[in-house]
Write a protein that binds this ligand. Structure first.
Ligand SMILES: C[S@@+](CC[C@H](N)C(=O)[O-])C[C@H]1O[C@@H](n2cnc3c(N)ncnc32)[C@H](O)[C@@H]1O
Length: 302
């Protein structure tokens, strides 16, 4: 009985070697997550957490399947468990560079690629995606090194680097990112979300430098600002606000009275929450380098 069960499990494992192209994204996801779970020593990295966010991962896999054309050459910057690159190859991509700087994850990608019979179509690059050099130009660029406000992960630097190696008509996933800001009193919204940054991967540069006015719609104590980011993909599909991807981040608002003109600014040393009324406006100057920080300067206009 035990022998039969072991044999059938080996056969099941070998089954997907021959038929990866025929799998659905759900079936491919199940295989990859199964391989990850079997590796008890694999650390709980961000890539693993992202993979376990099924809704996020399947949405991205489906977006990739919908936009790949057969024969395309692709690159996955910050490949993690390799799941997005595998979806790209399953959907008809001809060759994939998977760039991942964590050794255990790079080993995992190579191993799972072999099980899926993708070894001849994949090169795992164990380097920093923001500085890697490539000997090929790409038609399809995936990078989910992305977080709210593009503020901590290095997607923008990696995209700026890869733009030296793309073919005309290249497809980016994500294609664009739209970040917005809302003024809050606790969980209550005192304003509508206002977009402060709308960038496309084809021409994003190193920093955001935006000035936006936020009309106050409800009276309250302005005590925090919510930042969130929506990603736009090929064919206009949108993601974001998942558990692990571009979730809303609430940052405390720090008001202080600056000398002379009674204006209010963010990030003072002494936090003074204060009443704010419908009809007033907050002027926000947001100025930060992507991948480094998230900084804004808030001024109250009476
Ligand atoms: C949020 S995970 C995404 C993994 C996978 N692409 C997905 O969507 O499921 C980002 C991955 O990028 C990798 N990474 C971060 N910075 C990197 C860099 N500078 N060069 C190469 N890989 C990087 C991390 O190790 C991590 O595995």
């Amino acid at each position: 009985m035990v022998v039969i069960s072991i044999l059938s499990s080996i056969m099941r494992r070998q089954d997907y070697r021959a038929s990866t192209q025929d799998l659905s994204n759900k079936e491919l996801y199940k295989i990859v997550i199964g391989e990850v779970k079997r590796r008890k020593n694999l650390q709980d990295t961000l890539a693993k957490v992202c993979l376990f966010d099924k809704k996020r991962t399947l949405s991205l896999m489906d977006i990739i399947s919908d936009s790949v054309q057969p024969g395309m050459k692709g690159v996955d910057l910050g490949a993690g468990t390799g799941i997005l690159g595998f979806a790209f190859l399953r959907a008809g991509g001809s060759y994939l560079y998977a760039v991942e700087h964590i050794r255990d994850l790079a080993d995992l990608i190579e191993d799972v690629a072999a099980k899926l019979d993708f070894s001849s179509q994949i090169k795992v690059v164990r380097e920093d995606a923001t500085t890697s050099k490539f000997d090929m130009n790409f038609d399809f660029v995936m990078s989910e090194m992305v977080d709210t406000g593009l503020s901590q992960e290095p997607i923008v630097s990696a995209i700026i680097n890869i733009r030296k190696y793309v073919n005309p008509g290249v497809i980016y996933v994500p294609q664009a990112a739209l970040s917005s800001i809302t003024i809050l009193h606790g969980r209550k919204q005192l304003s509508a979300p206002v977009v402060y940054d709308n960038v496309s991967m084809a021409n994003v540069s190193t920093c955001v430098n935006a000035m936006v006015e936020i009309p106050i719609l409800k009276d309250g104590i302005a005590d925090s600002a919510r930042i969130d980011t929506k990603l736009i993909h090929p064919n206009g599909q949108e993601t974001g606000r998942f558990r692990t991807l571009c979730y809303a981040v609430d940052v405390p608002l720090y008001f202080c009275v600056s000398e002379g003109d009674q204006k209010q600014t963010l990030f003072s040393k002494n936090r003074i929450t204060r009443p704010i009324y419908e009809g007033q406006k907050i002027l926000v100057h947001i100025n930060y380098q992507y991948g480094r920080s998230m900084i804004g300067c808030f001024t109250l206009i009476n």
